[in-house]
Design a protein around this ligand. Structure first.
Ligand code: G3P
Length: 221
């Protein structure tokens, strides 16, 4: 099964009820097409989205350090208790030092949360694959939010990442993201060896969420 992770980021469209409606659209389309659909709403909306939509919900990040005596941290245990089943980690907009990642990934597994580790280069992706996440995602930071798809602008990066990550013996899914806007961008990603995509602005900013998600997810079914 192939994957689409929709990262809602903190766009105004997905504050409050918007997060619920977009998550419902992703769930409906992914159920319909038989695709692994994941939503990552703004952190304060995690519990609301998880409890009202039945969607597969991930946190956009978790805090790297600390336990119960922390104030304001988003710790794995709280994400789990909110009803999420995983988290994105080390996104370009929320980088985590390698030493912290090495401790945090086993802690997430202990809590029962899946993880999608993001990388900026193929070499970093291969290193992160060795930590045993469910997903490794390649996202060149300069294309994030650009509307120019990684699968069009940097096809060699996607291919190189797939080969480097598979070369480690990684058995999870390899995703690519940044600038994914059209169904054709997703189709290209799959033809380059990706098992799915991460998308944010093209979905959140779309006039019709359901049809944009359907367009992107179609080539993943
Ligand atoms: O996590 C996905 C994200 O960074 C890609 O953003 O807006 O280029 O789809 P966007």
């Amino acid at each position: 099964m192939r994957t689409i992770i929709v990262n809602f980021k903190n766009y105004p469209e997905v504050m409050g009820e918007g997060a619920v409606r977009l998550a419902r659209a992703v769930k409906e389309v992914s159920d319909d097409l038989g695709v692994d659909g994941v939503v990552a709403p703004p952190t304060p909306m995690l519990a609301l989205v998880a409890s009202t939509t039945g969607a597969k919900v991930y946190s956009q990040a978790v805090s790297g350090e600390g336990g119960d005596r922390t104030t304001g941290a988003v710790i794995p245990e709280a994400v789990k208790a909110a009803g999420a089943s995983g988290t994105i980690l080390n996104h370009s907009e929320a980088r985590v030092p390698p030493g912290t990642l090495a401790k945090l990934v086993p802690r997430l597994a202990g809590v029962g949360l899946d993880v999608c580790l993001c990388a900026q280069t193929s070499q970093e992706a291969a290193e992160l694959a060795l930590l045993g996440p469910k997903y490794v995602a390649i996202e060149p930071p300069e294309l994030i939010g650009s509307g120019v798809a990684v699968s069009r602008a940097r096809p060699e990066l996607v291919e190189r990442t797939v080969s480097a990550v598979r070369g480690t013996g990684f058995r999870g899914r390899i995703l690519c993201g940044a600038g994914i806007v059209t169904g054709e961008d997703v189709e290209r990603a799959v033809s380059l060896g990706a098992d799915g995509v991460l998308a944010a602005s093209s979905v959140v900013k779309a006039r019709d969420w359901e049809s944009k998600v359907r367009e992107l997810a179609r080539s993943l079914s």
